[in-house]
Design a protein around this ligand. Sequence first.
Ligand code: SAH
Ligand code: SF4
Length: 393
Amino acid sequence: MATTAQGEAGAVSRVNLLGMSRARLEAYLAGLGEPAFRARQIMQWIHQQGVDDFDAMTNIGKGLRARLQQQAEIRPPEILSQKDSADGTRKWALRVDGGGLVEAVLIPERGRATLCVSSQVGCALDCSFCSTGKQGFQRDLSAAEIIGQVWLAIRAGDGFPTTERDRVVTNVVMMGMGEPLLNFESVVEAMELMLDDLAYGLSRRRVTLSTSGVVPALDRLTTPVSLAVSLHAPNDALRNELVPVNRRYPIAELLAACHRYLDRQADRNRVVTIEYTLIEGVNDSVEQARELAELLRTLPCKINLIPFNPFPLSDYRRPGKAAISRFWKVLADAGYVATVRTPRGDDIDAACGQLVGQVADRTQRSRRHRERAQAVQVLPAGTARARGRGARG
Ligand code: SAH
Ligand code: SF4
């Protein structure tokens, strides 16, 4: 175990530099009497070279290296398992401090690879069609645990790239487990690293935050990333049932916040992505498509239709192809850019909303977690205990 800052019972912990934004790392090093350019060097070692050992930082003096070795660390979550889908999708189960489990999914497509990143262990918002919601909320992830998913995915792939073309991760979407806007500070710090040229240097169009609509937090979001909003219903009566946070922040308030978000963007061509999970017999009728088209009339947006991904313990069903096409056509005819998301990684439960995997096990897990005061680690049945660093599927 690491040793520096003395805890009450002599327990000690090191400062994890992995999740520190440029400003925070500069401040930390200033506290050690070091100039700002040291922070920039260390950031590049961590995020562009994938280094987690201070001794490998050859342009840093020995004295500082020794001090960092003593009081700091570069530590991502631990990989419990890595699964590869027949379609190339790759899913990691990651263990975070305290015993929680989260997942990250890498989805390669022609010319790009999108990493779907988690922001919380579980989620408190309990949307009726989402398996993460079923497990309840356990805790927020730290910035190190969020950016650590990007760091690990690159390291487990072809490694840290030297050219733009070699990028292992070209896009990041905050669409894994959890509601990112309810873990605001850590999510923002991690996204700053995604955008920072000394870290991952992704363009603002390639980093997307997805929210179910926590309006006050959305109004605080000034990090220049793309915004996706999980709408799923064309009226409040239905949305109250599917996305319970709607009772607090109804559709009109959410759409007004989307307008304010767009007004804050320097780029006038920006749009909001509206996510709409299609559930058979619930929100997939032609009338509902028309209502949706009417509702979004004044919002610059594109619409992403997500056919419901089934998971155990859910009675909902995915609509058939014809119903999906009918819904899509109403939107297209009304002049919207609408896309239908192809489910990926179905064979490894990596699609949207399936990320908990074995729901029954996890539910049991969170119950035990609540019952016992301290964290208990129980692996879902069949989870491989591979430390996947550098592992290839
Ligand atoms: N909490 C955030 C981000 C995580 S969920 C949010 O809700 O936006 C990412 C997307 O997957 C959301 O649009 C969510 O509504 C959708 N989703 C959740 N469960 C799903 C399921 N079973 N099938 C299809 N989409 C689902
Ligand atoms: Fe939470 Fe998003 Fe799932 Fe709703 S859809 S329960 S907000 S993770």
